[in-house]
Design a protein around this ligand. Structure first.
Ligand SMILES: [Zn+2]
Length: 233
């Protein structure tokens, strides 16, 4: 989606259907409230799709967006795909039952291809509208599983999504007078990071999302990028 005008209802996206057996009903009547973004960390999108359809792999996602921008749907949005695994966000577990999973064709080290980003933007906009999901509920796999998962990784352009209302913006707020890990953990919890994680894993996960390539011990800037709990819908 460039800077041009978007037609009413948004762009139509062609979704190629390639059903995966790796899915089931959402538990407890849950419906999608979140979108979780991943990278495939595989050589090709085709290899990733094969794996996401392999019953023995026991993994899947609703969508795979490949470098060319082609969108393949593996699981109907109403069903529970197996992409999130163990973890938690805002005190909620079983993220698979609460989310739609999108795999991005990327090895974790290379830039995300422009056609991929354009298709992702259209797809995300469509999903958020269809399920009335607020943009603050678009998260990375690393957000809900700090220390265990690192995707979509430091190369992913969250600011670009945020600028289009497709993800929470990184807002710079005032830093506290005293920087401590206890305070940081409390602020992180308020921002949604409730999954169990060591201090280092938690800090790394938040930097992945909001301060890619920051390093060193906890500092004031780590606080300033954490969105307040009050801003969540
Ligand atoms: Zn993932």
């Amino acid at each position: 989606m460039g800077s041009g005008s978007v037609p009413p209802g948004g762009w139509q996206l062609i979704r190629h259907w390639y059903p995966s057996p790796n899915c089931g009903p959402r538990r407890d009547g849950l419906t999608p409230r979140f979108v979780v973004l991943h990278y495939t960390a595989m050589e090709t999108a085709e290899a990733a799709i094969e794996r996401l359809c392999d019953p023995e792999a026991e993994v899947s996602a609703h969508y795979v967006v490949c470098k060319s921008g082609r969108v393949t749907q593996l699981v109907p949005e109403g069903l529970r795909a197996w992409h999130a695994g163990a973890g938690e966000w805002r005190g909620l577990s079983d993220i698979n039952s609460r989310s739609i999973g999108i795999e991005l064709d990327n090895d974790g080290a290379s830039p995300f291809a422009e056609p991929l980003m354009e298709s992702l933007e259209v797809l995300l906009g469509t999903i958020l509208r269809a399920w009335d999901i607020p943009c603050t509920n678009v998260i990375g796999h690393s957000d809900m599983a700090p220390g265990r998962k690192f995707d979509p990784g430091p190369r992913f352009d969250w600011r670009r999504l945020a600028s289009q209302g497709l993800a929470a913006a990184t807002v710079e707020s005032a830093a506290p007078n005293h920087v401590s890990m206890d305070r940081f953990r409390a602020a992180a919890r308020g921002a949604g990071y409730t999954a169990e994680a060591s201090d280092n894993d938690l800090l790394a996960a938040i930097r992945l999302r909001h301060r890619p390539y920051a390093s060193g011990p906890l500092d004031e800037a780590d606080f300033t990028v954490l969105p307040g709990a009050a801003s969540f819908a």
